[in-house]
Design a protein around this ligand. Structure first.
Ligand code: PXL
Length: 293
């Protein structure tokens, strides 16, 4: 039976403070009229991006039983969306979850959360990267930032920026790992340092899109989770990939603009609660470029 309200299985951690993962994914998708069913991977006191200390409860051992009960009550999802995973075993669990719950029309999104600004997050070691490489193969869409894209491609050093031509090579190489669509976020525009880009590639049609927005010199943890949530909400509402990405880019820029004028630690995240309402309004499509077909 079709879900009355579109339903997403969200496989992420719950961090009690800092506006990342489930604490941003649930309000964002709910505001867009999508039901979120969380499958928590870990519980942290706060995220690890900018806080030196955090408590951490790994939920690997409870995930299989949790999933078994979801199977037992016949849960069906319109989208499976994974993000922060705490162990190699969790990668196997998510991989099996995708095999068991994927149906013909379901959208599978893997956000390969591992790091940012050239570094792995504090809870990851480099041996996690090849495991994540296997999981992205199962996705319809992956949404790495520039750092995660570089790690997935086997770089040890992450370049500060890449040229348009390099970005095209990266997108195609990432698609060769298996996902049908690749979205690289936070790519500094090498031709115009006042702008930052999102680059996207759809393998089936060999199309590349570039969404550009004004670069704002501030980095708030958790924006990748909000970005992917808006993209997913938009796709589940029936928008095309470029329109979904445009909505996500515009929403994140708006949240950053709403936050930057206040003097508070960036690690607390964007002022999401202030801006959520905008996700309910009609979206005005801005310019985006189709680079190649
Ligand atoms: O938003 C990515 C993310 C998710 N989960 C945890 C994190 C981070 C980024 O810092 O620390 C626990």
């Amino acid at each position: 039976m079709e879900n009355i309200i579109k339903r997403v299985a969200a496989i992420h951690d719950l961090s009690g403070f800092g506006r990342s993962s489930l604490t941003t994914i649930i309000p964002t998708l709910s505001t867009m009229g999508i039901q979120v069913c969380p499958l928590p991977t870990a519980i942290l006191s706060n995220h690890t991006g900018g806080f030196e200390t955090f408590s951490y409860v790994d939920l690997t051992d409870s995930m299989e039983d949790y999933i078994l009960h979801w199977k037992g009550i016949g849960m069906e999802f319109d989208c499976i969306y994974s993000g922060f995973l705490g162990s190699g075993k969790q990668i196997d669990i998510v991989s099996r979850f995708i095999d068991d719950f994927r149906h013909q029309d379901a959208l599978v999104v893997v956000d390969p959360v591992m790091g940012d600004n050239g570094h792995l997050y504090a809870s990851f070691t480099p041996d996690f990267i090849p495991l994540m490489r296997k999981l992205v193969a199962k996705a319809d869409i992956i949404t790495p930032n520039l750092t995660e894209a570089a790690f997935l491609l086997g770089f040890e050093e992450v370049p500060q920026t890449i040229t348009k031509d390099e970005a095209l090579v990266w997108l195609r190489k990432l698609a060769d790992l298996g996902p049908k669509m690749v979205v690289i976020t936070s790519v500094p525009d090498c031709e115009d340092p006042t702008r930052t880009d999102v680059m996207a590639y759809k393998q089936e049609t060999n199309t590349v899109w570039e969404m550009s927005c004004k670069y704002i010199p501030a980095s708030y943890p958790g924006t990748g989770d909000t970005f992917a949530s808006v993209m997913i909400g938009s796709l589940l509402q029936g928008d095309s990939l470029p329109v979904a990405l445009d909505r996500a880019v515009q929403f994140i820029s708006q949240c950053i603009k709403a936050s930057i004028g206040y003097d508070y630690p960036k690690r607390n995240g964007i002022l999401l609660e202030r801006e959520l309402d905008f996700l309910r309004t009609r979206h005005k499509i801005s310019d985006f470029e189709i680079l190649s077909c």
